[in-house]
Design a binder for this molecule. Structure first.
Ligand code: ADE
Ligand code: ZN
Length: 449
């Protein structure tokens, strides 16, 4: 049962939903008062006299005293907590104008393409830089680092994947401790949960951390702690995918791989599989054939970014030479009819990231993506957020953008959700449970336009 969704089912204004949701999210981040917060949220949800209008955008005067007290104390603690995102800018909650918005929000979702380092917001970036004494680029050389809002503004104007990656690697340099990684991942889980995510498979880039002196074990300690909390608190299951940076050598990728192997992280389930990310063009998948072959031999799951900026040959080589079971992005599949039909026939999951593709100028607009073509050809795909703090939207924003561009039917969304579950790397019993949630969702929303 989603506590956030229960809040949303009452007649609150969008502004009130946003305030409440973030206040409750902060209470989760503060941990100790979450039970009280939820109880009060339920009470509030039952209060029929709750109306609109709040002069204070954060705290409605109409809130029951108990919740108001909890939220105010959460706010005062949050403003002192360097890891809490509340103080500065929250990405507003999504609200598309389509008739299916409520159904899309409630749809049980799987996320398969999320770089955890890409969920680092400019506000958390600045706060951690100060807390950890990490110097950011000189703002006289790059004015984007003058302030949080200047950096947010810069993120609106990426010109390419490499232009984005420049900021992405600078951003993650503020992450030093296990606590930093835990907070980052936990905040992502809170947001994902409020967007209706039930199961998330998350990329991380170990080389980008070990090469600046942050041990692999520190990263894993933080991420694993957040995963555990998300499962205990929200029932949100998750997996980690270790990504190799393709702009670094195959030897370097192998070092990262061997470290995870030596700690038993693939065999004990700490990490579910491997992936390949960073600059695509000029770094084709076959460079990494040996490490992929070793992973295949060891029964480790495999995916790779391919066909994002690179042409369809990157997809074909990922499949034929690296034997990947998924393709991340994969939008250039439409340029090779034979490959497209093969991916459809083999039910290879393509993890699409609509808002990312627009921000990085892989397409001009969401409507230019091959969503309709994939549906018509039976290509299995999921909709994902990639680097939500950089591309202006979390998973529900991406669902909404697709709906606004393509006007899919409820039955089409059901099929997408089922395909996403089937293509997940969770066990069969979890898949069964998720499929039945989708079935219940379909019954509930049947008849909605
Ligand atoms: N790393 C983080 N986001 C990425 C993307 N969209 N493509 C390639 N590498 C990435
Ligand atoms: Zn990606």
């Amino acid at each position: 049962m989603s506590y956030f969704l229960s809040l949303f089912s009452y007649s609150f204004s969008t502004e009130q939903q946003t305030s409440l949701s973030f206040a409750v999210q902060d209470l989760y981040l503060e941990r100790q008062t979450s039970e009280t917060a939820l109880q009060s949220a339920y009470q509030l949800a039952g209060a029929s006299s709750f109306t609109t209008s709040s002069q204070n955008p954060r705290l409605s005067r109409a809130l029951p005293v108990s919740l108001r007290t909890i939220i105010s104390s959460s706010l005062s603690r949050a403003t002192q907590n360097p890891h809490s995102n509340f103080k500065h800018h929250h990405t507003p909650l999504t609200m598309c104008k389509t008739a299916l918005h409520g159904a899309l929000h409630a749809l049980p979702k799987c996320e398969h393409h999320l770089h955890i380092e890409g969920s680092l917001s400019p506000s958390l970036l600045f706060r951690l830089a100060a807390l950890n004494n990490v110097p950011l680029p000189d703002s006289t050389l790059d004015p984007s680092f003058t302030s949080i809002s200047a950096l947010e503004e810069r993120y609106l104007h990426f010109t390419s994947l490499n232009d984005f990656l420049h900021y992405y690697f600078i951003g993650m340099s503020v992450l030093l401790t296990a606590g930093d990684f835990e907070s980052l991942a936990y905040e992502y889980f809170v947001r994902a949960h409020s967007d209706g995510v039930q199961h998330a498979e998350i990329f991380f880039d170990p080389q980008a951390h070990t090469h600046r002196g942050v041990p692999y074990k520190t990263v894993l300690e933080g991420l694993s702690a957040a995963q555990k909390r998300a499962e205990e608190e929200f029932g949100l299951t998750s997996k980690l995918i270790l990504c190799f940076l393709r702009h670094m050598s195959e030897t370097d990728a192998d070092v990262a791989y061997q470290e995870a192997v030596s700690l038993g992280h693939f065999s004990n389930g700490t990490i579910a599989g491997i992936g390949l990310d960073s600059s695509e063009v000029g770094f084709p998948p076959e460079i990494f054939r040996e490490v992929y072959a070793a992973a295949k031999e060891a029964g480790i799951k495999r995916t790779a970014h391919a066909g994002e900026e690179g042409d369809s040959s990157y997809i074909q080589k990922a499949l034929d030479i690296c034997h990947t079971e998924r393709i991340d992005h994969g939008i250039r599949l439409v340029d090779d009819e034979v490959l497209l039909k093969r991916v459809a026939r083999e039910k290879t999951l393509v993890t699409m990231c609509p808002l990312s593709n627009v921000r990085l100028r892989c397409v001009g607009k969401v409507a230019d993506l091959p969503v309709r073509r994939f549906l018509d050809e039976g290509v299995r795909f999921s909709i994902n957020s990639d680097d939500p703090a950089y591309f202006g939207g979390y998973i529900l924003d991406n669902y909404c953008a697709v709906q606004e561009a393509f006007g899919l039917t409820l039955a089409e969304w059901k099929g997408i959700a089922e395909g996403a579950i089937e293509g997940s790397w969770c066990d069969e019993s979890r898949k069964k449970a998720l499929l039945s949630k989708v079935g219940e969702w379909a019954e509930k929303y049947e008849g909605v336009a």
